[in-house]
Design a protein around this ligand. Structure first.
Ligand SMILES: Nc1ncnc2c1ncn2[C@@H]1O[C@H](COP(=O)(O)OP(=O)(O)O)[C@@H](O)[C@H]1O
Ligand SMILES: O=P(O)(O)O[C@H]1O[C@H](CO)[C@@H](O[C@H]2O[C@H](CO)[C@@H](O)[C@H](O)[C@H]2O)[C@H](O)[C@H]1O
Length: 503
């Protein structure tokens, strides 16, 4: 078996056509909401005799383009593509090709891709040896990951962007700072025109420590909300489960606060002023308008309640423009949710945070900007809402309104997480009223983003962000105009001052 020489233009044209049929069906393909017009193989680099790295340009009917990273390896059986008579398959299914890519994150390569060198950015410099074994990690989301010898995880970035990649940058800085709640980053493979040209670099893969035995926060949460929804357990039982999620969620709040304080030390802290509130309001309105247009075109019925609430949403966003104190700004995680945290079981019993890429639908510039740390807090609160709503599934779809017991779990998780967060992050936060207003706006903004994400990826889950939007709007109204007879009034759960109540 050998790799094609890439000199056959007609063959490359056929490969591009095959890629155009294959790309939109990949979970990591992030342009599902756009009409794909054509695909072109911009370049291909041979990193080894088993590894061909393609830079693939997707062209859309709206005139835009996006670059995707598609590593391929020779395949005898189950080939996805053919070039110069050679069958080619996904390199992530080929352990030796995976190892070659993993080692390149620390060793670099002499290969060039679209006129730029593929260089390594080592941090710790550890890497697997060439006898290691590799297996794809089932949980494929915006990228693809491979586990090597249960010691390393290689994250293959898929939709390529020019500029410093936030995950490479932030986990690199946290590793260097000795922050113990992220897996250490060993190195990254970047395409760079010159060695120190950061702005024009493009990250292709990141090698980090694999935390064997870690359990995803999302799985732990779902186990608890499902047990509650089915009546198998009570909220008291769930809250006292040793090493369960709810019983230790306040510590996740503390770890999130410590993350923000460490990021403040590594990348600086800025005082927010009125311009920030106004800029957030404009940005949130902009995203809202784009998502409402998408919802109207793609899911007018499922999103009807959100379409009807558009003015209420705008009113909450606009309030940010008049906040006198919006707290302090730091670099943040950017897409914090239960799928991004791992629980390491006893004796360590720690929380670990993953994936600092930020929201895949936002620009690199936005994702690298300092912002309110309450954005991450809001992301986690949205996740509690998801875990409660996903506790029951009917006809393949999730309902907006979770069963009572799962709703109680959501409120308790929210209260406890906020309690832990505020205990530590006090110096970064404005007063309680401003924190509340910010939190509601960020939760709504996140849920609007999720609406677009679900339209593109999981239409059966659309009711979750749609229901969440209405719930946060009600809480926001009650906070501004308290009505003691309103059952939705935020007594504890929405109180970011940290007052804790037991479930
Ligand atoms: N260092 C790690 N140790 C153990 N599991 C990991 C590690 N990194 C990722 N995972 C698992 O892989 C999943 C996806 O990884 P993530 O970095 O979030 O990729 P994506 O950008 O595709 O969402 C995580 O939710 C987690 O379950
Ligand atoms: O993990 P990714 O960076 O790929 O994030 C994207 O996918 C997430 C889903 O896998 C999505 O998260 C949403 O669904 C989660 C449950 O599956 C829930 O816990 C999150 O709160 C919710 O936002 C995320 O928004 C998206 O960017």
């Amino acid at each position: 078996m050998s790799l094609p020489t890439l000199t056959d233009d007609a063959g490359l044209g056929r490969l591009a056509a095959d890629l155009a049929a294959w790309l939109p069906h990949q979970r990591w393909y992030q342009d599902k909401a756009r009409e794909l017009a054509a695909v072109q193989v911009r370049d291909a680099a041979r990193l080894s005799d088993r590894l061909l790295v393609l830079l693939v340009e997707a062209r859309f009917a709206d005139g835009g383009t996006a670059d995707y990273h598609v590593p391929l390896a020779p395949a005898e059986v189950g080939a996805l593509f053919e070039l110069e008579g050679q069958g080619l398959g996904d390199a992530l299914a080929d352990p030796r090709a995976c190892l070659d890519l993993a080692r390149a994150t620390v060793d670099g390569s002499t290969a060039t891709l679209a006129g730029a060198r593929l260089t390594a950015r080592p941090i710790t410099g550890s890497r697997p040896d060439d006898t290691a074994s590799a297996r794809a990690l089932g949980a494929e989301q915006s990228n693809s990951s491979v586990v090597i010898d249960d010691a390393f995880v290689l994250k293959v970035l898929r939709r390529l962007e020019t500029g410093i990649h936030p995950d490479v940058e932030v986990t690199g800085a946290l590793t260097a700072a000795g922050f113990t709640h992220v897996p250490a980053q060993h190195g990254a493979l970047v395409r760079a025109p010159t060695t120190d040209d950061d702005e024009n670099q493009t990250a292709l893969a990141i090698l980090s420590t694999f935390l064997a035995g870690g359990r995803e926060g999302w799985d732990l949460a779902l186990a608890q909300t499902r047990a509650l929804a089915s009546g198998e357990r009570t909220i008291e039982e769930v809250a006292s489960e040793p090493d369960g999620l709810l019983g230790d969620i306040d510590r996740l709040g503390e770890v999130t606060a410590d993350l923000h304080l460490t990021l403040g030390e590594a990348f600086g802290v800025e005082e927010a002023d009125a311009r920030h509130g106004a800029a957030w309001a404009t940005e949130m309105r902009g995203q809202l308008d784009r998502v409402l247009a998408l919802a109207e075109a793609r899911a007018p019925e499922a999103a009807a309640s959100v379409l009807a609430a558009a003015d209420d949403l705008r009113a909450v966003f606009d309030e940010l423009a008049s906040l006198r104190d919006a707290g302090r700004l730091v670099r943040v995680h950017g897409d914090l949710h239960l799928g991004q945290v791992l629980r390491i079981p006893p004796p360590e019993s720690s929380w670990q945070l993953l994936d600092f890429e930020g929201e895949p639908l936002k620009s690199l510039e936005e994702r690298r900007a300092r912002t309110s740390p309450l954005r991450d807090v809001a992301g986690m609160l949205r996740s509690f809402d998801y875990a409660a709503a996903a506790s029951v599934e009917r006809d393949g779809a999730n309902g907006a309104e979770p069963p009572l017991a799962a709703g109680a779990w959501r409120d308790a998780a929210r209260r406890r997480f906020l309690g832990g967060y505020v205990r530590r992050a006090g110096p970064l936060l404005p007063g309680a009223t401003a924190s509340q207003a910010l939190l509601h706006a960020f939760e709504l903004d996140k849920a609007v983003y999720e609406l677009a994400y679900e339209i593109g990826n999981r239409p059966g889950w659309l009711a979750i962000p749609a229901g969440g939007i209405l719930r946060v709007l009600r809480a926001s109204h009650s906070a501004r105009d308290p009505d003691p007879t309103d059952p939705d009034e935020p007594s504890g759960p929405d109180n970011p001052s940290g007052d804790e109540e037991e479930p």
